[in-house]
Write a protein that binds this ligand. Sequence first.
Ligand code: HEC
Length: 111
Amino acid sequence: MRLDLNVMAMLAASLAWAVPAAAQSAAPAVEGEKFNVEQLFATTCGWCHSDGGREAGKGPQLMNTVRDDDFIRNRIKNGKEGAMPAFSTTFSDAQIDDIIKYIRALKPEKG
Ligand code: HEC
């Protein structure tokens, strides 16, 4: 009985550690801060949407898109069969909002 209580205490302690760690890594996405969209775009989307989305590659140019937010969100979440992978399990809704903002803010590169 005494041993069982010790085990319980250890379990509780390890859970107490796990929770803040998870909350920490989730926090930036929820706040929409410190989530480096530019870097993410370059590594995750950039090999199909060239030059940060400014030019067409395997996928279309995203800068100056005429698509509305719903279309873009839908495309990022669900992808397109045979063309673009789905990212609904990769990014939170808040992160996708950040990606949409990033696309809307794209400007031609200087120089
Ligand atoms: C494997 C290549 C590939 C990757 C990786 C990829 N895309 Fe795409 N994407 C495409 C293709 C191809 C299309 C055109 C689909 C179609 O025919 O409608 C597309 C379409 C889109 C569109 C709609 C553009 C439009 O006007 O129709 C958006 C927005 C978009 N991608 C965003 C992203 C984002 C954000 C990422 C990274 C999270 C990403 N894509 C990663 C290939 C890719």
